[in-house]
Ligand binder design. Structure first.
Ligand code: PHE
Length: 348
């Protein structure tokens, strides 16, 4: 989000895992507000440098995520470049290597689940370090963060529909959900339960059956972005929205948890120019870290944890109100708000 000749990140470690041979990257963008939080992403990349680029961009977004959510934590991310044909035993080696790298960071970075990793994987990482969120309850954690993430997304969607249509009621609202993984599935469930008409797609066609069981209509991935809808909900991997693709979108707003859903920062301006409201991903998708922090750091009970996650909707509402009053697009208000808090704590 910033390009200068100086590293914007506080610390970046890249290792070849001694057990697995896999490239593992830990990017700590900022610990100005506290230990850096961010998930551990496990997926193949063509070159490990692509994984590094992902880690750098994702960890910066985590800094804005934690800042805007009001957490006393900074932003980081771990990327494990998945080797071809990963066997289950090799997966354990990989996660142990990741855990050892996290341990060398001495608590500056705390990991959690992300694309390609689950709470069971957090348990395996937890054999090597205690700086890990969302282990299963049987291992002393509080489990998967998907529900919290999805709850925050649905609150954000309600805020946006209220802003656009004068009602937070989702009855009859059309949502197009792009990405039906762990988080996407809960969003679909909550949205259908609230009366929404949910169209779903995923790159994995095997997900269709589950989507239809929940009462969603399946659509081909190629058609998902151009299908007429009220709210487009990116809930898969990043880079979905490109500058060239803006003109084919048929939605009033984009509100989803996929991290770095814009292929580049300029897309936010293009969406604004096209009259499409883009709710910043790093705000909309904060429920996972907010919930994990509330449960595992502050030991809050479930109802208070959910209240905290729901505040994402209010924060977004404040940003939309200021955006209108100041004639500044929401993404700039959000980034400014996140950076102002960091600056108040001395971030250069
Ligand atoms: N994948 C989560 C995110 O992007 C990361 C996370 C979840 C980190 C839960 C810690 C706890 O926000």
């Amino acid at each position: 989000m910033n390009s200068t000749a100086t590293l914007a990140h506080q610390r970046v470690e890249i290792v070849r895992g001694p057990r697995s041979g896999a490239t593992i990257i830990a990017a700590i963008h900022s610990t100005t507000l506290g230990p850096a939080l961010g998930g551990c992403r496990l997926r193949p990349y063509e070159h490990w440098q692509d994984g590094l680029a992902d880690a750098l961009r994702l960890s910066e977004a985590m800094t804005y995520k934690t800042s805007l959510a009001g957490l006393d934590n900074g932003g980081g991310k771990m990327v494990i470049v998945q080797p071809p044909a990963l066997e289950p035993a090799a997966r354990e080696d990989l996660l142990h290597d990741a855990g050892d790298l996290i341990e060398t960071l001495g608590g500056e970075y705390v990991t959690g689940p992300d694309i390609g990793t689950s709470s069971l994987d957090m348990a395996v990482i937890g054999h090597r370090t205690r700086h890990v969120f969302c282990r299963p309850e049987s291992e002393g954690g509080t489990g998967d963060s998907s529900f919290d993430t999805a709850l925050g997304v649905v609150e954000a969607i309600r805020t946006v529909t209220d802003h656009l249509y004068g009602s937070a009621d989702l009855t009859g609202r059309r949502l197009a959900l792009v990405g039906f993984g762990r988080v996407g599935e809960v969003i679909a469930h909550l949205a259908v339960a609230s009366g929404g008409e949910v169209i779903v797609t995923d790159i994995d066609p095997a997900r269709r059956e589950r989507a239809e069981q929940l009462g969603c209509r399946w659509i081909d991935p190629a058609l998902a972005l151009s299908t007429p809808t009220d709210i487009l909900v990116p809930a898969g991997s990043g880079g979905l929205l490109t500058a060239a693709g803006v003109s084919s979108l048929r939605c009033a707003a984009i509100v989803g948890p996929a991290n770095n859903q814009l292929a580049s920062d300029e897309v936010a301006e293009a969406l604004h120019a096209a009259g499409i409201l883009w709710a910043p991903d790093y705000l909309v998708g904060a429920g996972g870290v907010v919930g994990a922090g509330a449960r595992e750091l502050d030991r809050l009970p479930p109802d208070q944890t959910q209240d905290r996650v729901r505040r994402i909707g209010q924060t977004l509402g404040d940003i939309l109100t200021r955006s209108v009053a100041q004639h500044v697009p929401p993404h700039r208000v959000a980034l400014h708000t996140a950076r102002r808090r960091l600056a108040a704590f001395g971030q250069p």
